[in-house]
Design a binder for this molecule. Structure first.
Ligand code: URA
Length: 214
């Protein structure tokens, strides 16, 4: 345990897991320091019978203010890619490895900062609870923070994306690019290529789900 977590209470995950019990309890989490600067914790959302869980990094500025995952610009990219891949919202549960927004203030703006490893570790009980509650058939890890948090530091998105990964988290575990990387593409051509790759990775998951019978 790192120095930073040693003095902090563990994540107060409730014994009875439900969307509402998790939502309520996460607001009291002090397992790391990120709650101090955040408006609120953002728990995952989606159907309890969801077959696919998508895991991002952490809420962004908009998610922090609104209290829902992937409702900002990256969420719009993800929504479009899911739709193109044929994955319905009713089949998906969408969450993040870290439940509070980490940022630094620059002028009037809050600039995203990647969470430190100890903050990811401190937050992991919430994601484990979501996995236990949803028991998704497929887990899609969006970007390096989520992929490395769940599969280890050896994962590389460029090399491993779209492939079934060796993991006991779910029957199918895959990694792909984070939707915000598409927003950072240099120009329209790169953006469209990156979007097509994301759609292809999600389409492979959709095909796997349909072969398995939903
Ligand atoms: N980026 C993420 O990783 N998660 C969100 O909820 C929004 C942006």
């Amino acid at each position: 345990m790192s120095q930073a977590t040693a003095e902090r209470p563990p994540a107060p995950v409730p014994k009875r897991l439900s969307s509402s019990s998790l939502q309520k309890a996460v607001g009291d989490c002090r397992a790391c320091d990120l709650w101090e600067g955040a408006t609120q914790a953002v728990m995952g959302e989606g159907a309890v019978g969801a077959t696919v869980m998508l895991v991002g990094e952490q809420p962004g500025d908009r998610e922090d203010r609104e209290g829902h995952p992937f409702v900002g610009p990256a969420g719009r990219v993800l929504g479009r890619a899911l739709e193109e891949a044929g994955i319905g919202r009713e089949d998906a549960y969408i969450t993040n490895v870290v439940k509070h927004f980490r940022y630094k203030v620059r002028g009037k703006r809050r600039i995203h900062q990647r969470p430190d490893r100890w903050q990811v570790t401190a937050c992991m009980p919430w994601l484990n609870a979501e996995l236990e509650m949803i028991k998704p058939a497929a887990v899609v890890l969006l970007g390096a923070t989520a992929a490395q948090a769940l599969l280890g530091s050896g994962v590389r998105i460029g090399r491993d994306r779209g492939k079934p990964m060796d993991s006991s988290l779910a029957e199918l575990v895959t990694v792909t690019a984070h939707p915000s990387s598409i927003l950072r593409a240099e120009d329209d051509e790169q953006r469209s290529l990156a979007m097509n790759e994301l759609i292809a990775d999600l389409s492979a998951v959709a095909s796997w789900l349909s072969d398995r019978g939903g």
